[in-house]
Design a protein around this ligand. Structure first.
Ligand code: ADP
Ligand code: MG
Length: 261
């Protein structure tokens, strides 16, 4: 078996004496799409912040291609890991092309100009995400779905191996929720995505990490993790898990307790 692309070894986070994440261990292989699920406050975003370096680890270690992330400079880290977390547009009047081009920043010195190869790279990324016709549009004119696609394009330009997506489907209509997950899966990258919608997680993830109150309760295939017993305990609602008759993936239905009685 090839070595893991990403490995968390007892990675834990304590802030001001409060345990945000108990020691978490799991491995991710190259090309896998991993969903991180759990109720609000479970520690999903904190886990991504440990991996992208926005939050230093309290104990444990995180290895990327067998190298401890703590040994990488922030620039080296940014060449390997791209994060997509915010959906609000930048405050400055920037074009779609300019925002995508920001993905090159970790690879450039202060006074470097973009080469024609860089420009090809940016164009290709915009094309892959279906935004080439919007290249000169101001980002503030984009829809939520287009903005999410632009942030993915910027992550592609960054040429990072690992993509961290924090709730990439938030504020998107159902069509764009599927589109953004299909696109993210199709980029040939290794992806960790925090997802609220368990049915989307079941549909698109190779593996799922279930967090609850800062603890990793389960890590494995959707079938291993998304069990009715486990989900009803964690989300505190009765729940039914079935195979969908058309696409064959798991389908999760929660019942408000009034309906259940
Ligand atoms: P999730 O993304 O699963 O909703 P978060 O990772 O954002 O959860 O937060 C997990 C818990 O950690 C929450 O109780 C949150 O208030 C707390 N938390 C997160 N970041 C900090 C911080 N920088 N300082 C103090 N508490 C924090
Ligand atoms: Mg969060």
């Amino acid at each position: 078996m090839p070595p893991a692309l990403l490995r968390l070894n007892q990675a834990a986070l304590v802030i001001d004496g409060q345990t945000i994440l108990e020691p978490v261990s799991f491995s991710v292989s190259k090309g896998e799409f991993i969903g991180i699920i759990g109720p609000n406050g479970a520690g999903k975003s904190s886990l991504l912040k440990l991996i992208n370096g926005n939050q230093p680890l309290t104990t444990g270690d995180i290895l990327l291609q067998q190298r401890s992330l703590s040994k990488l400079s922030s620039r080296q880290r940014a060449c390997r890991i791209a994060s997509v977390s915010q959906v609000s547009p930048p405050v400055f009047a920037l074009t779609v092309y300019q925002v995508a081009a920001m993905g090159l920043l970790p690879h450039k010195g202060w006074f470097d100009v973009n080469s024609s190869e860089d420009e090809q790279h940016i164009k290709l990324a915009l094309q892959q995400l279906g935004l080439e016709h919007k290249s000169q549009a101001l980002v503030e004119t984009l829809s939520g779905g287009e903005l999410q696609r632009l942030y993915l394009a910027r992550a592609l330009v960054q040429q990072a191996e690992l993509l961290l997506l924090d709730e990439p489907t938030n504020h998107l209509d159902v069509l764009y929720q599927h589109q953004i997950l299909q696109l993210s899966r199709g980029l040939g990258k290794t992806v960790l995505a925090c997802l609220h919608d368990l049915n989307l997680a079941a549909r698109y993830c190779d593996k799922i990490a279930l967090l609850h109150q800062g603890q990793l309760l389960a890590f494995g295939s959707p079938e291993q993790v998304l069990t009715a017993v486990q989900l009803s305990q964690v989300f505190q609602l009765p729940c039914e898990v079935k195979l969908h008759p058309v696409h064959g993936k798991l389908q999760i239905t929660f019942f408000a307790s009034g309906v259940w009685e």
